[in-house]
Design a protein around this ligand. Sequence first.
Ligand code: C2E
Ligand code: CA
Ligand code: CA
Ligand code: CA
Length: 281
Amino acid sequence: AKGSGRGRYRFFAGDLLRAAEERKTLEEDLHDALARGELALHYQPIVMAQDNRVIGVEALLRWTHPRCGAISPARFIPIAEESNLIRAIGEWVLFRACADAAAWPMPLRVAVNVSPVQFADEHFPVLVATALARSGLDPARLELEITEGVFMQENGATDARFKALKGLGVRLSLDDFGTGYSSLGYLRTAPFDKIKIDQSFVRGATQTGSRNRAIIAAIVALAQALDMETTAEGVESFDQFDLMKALNVSHVQGYIYSVPLDNAAFMQALGGEPWVIQPSG
Ligand code: C2E
Ligand code: CA
Ligand code: CA
Ligand code: CA
């Protein structure tokens, strides 16, 4: 038993080493990914719960690694954040999303994920202003998705930064609400236009007596009282969709409408006007 224990330990240490090496390699590869054109933005529709009208999209970053294939942003964004690559990547995302959205035949909103590392940069509002100016996108169509992480970051969420961004006329949404170290104080001071209800709450909300359901109802009530919109993320089934509607969530996003699509596929899907898609969980 002792021997096998030591064997397991060695195996574990080897795993850690391999993970560290793999991470280092990924970081190096990510460094070149932008220049090599391996990054792309996909767009997932965000739909009005009451009438299935597409109001906007969320831009989601995709990396096709030359040898490993698709690598999830959940995996490479943290690497980008720790290595500061997030600045160059985040800038590319912002400019690409604004340029794509400006060329769409309909004035949909485009929501862009912003890393706390980007947000902590005092020049971030200037970067946003530049992306808007260069693309010609109406600022009211740009929504910045910010997580609670900005409030942990040294120098992160200053009133001045929020004011500067709101001054540009862009929208701000609080992403992954309730999954981190939430404090209602953020909602009192920061000028959010929307709360995104994390898919971890949506999951299981349809079971009877679910606490998730009570939490979603409370988030919606809070948002309404503060004059904010809500989006339920990760809605996959008709049961979840019906429940979100019943709970008066303003917008729904999830596979029930569409997976994230590349810009060409999304443009094609935009076809008719006004763009309405039916849920098809
Ligand atoms: P997120 O911002 O919470 O994005 C929502 C995630 O849920 C996306 O995962 C999306 O593809 C996925 N999703 C959408 N509908 C469904 C559904 O019905 N069911 C399930 N199971 N999942 C659904 P994705 O694209 O893998 O992105 C993961 C995370 O990576 C994002 O979470 C976000 O935190 C980060 N991320 C993605 N793109 C960017 C980016 O451009 N910049 C930054 N800083 N972070 C990004
Ligand atoms: Ca997001
Ligand atoms: Ca989210
Ligand atoms: Ca999430």
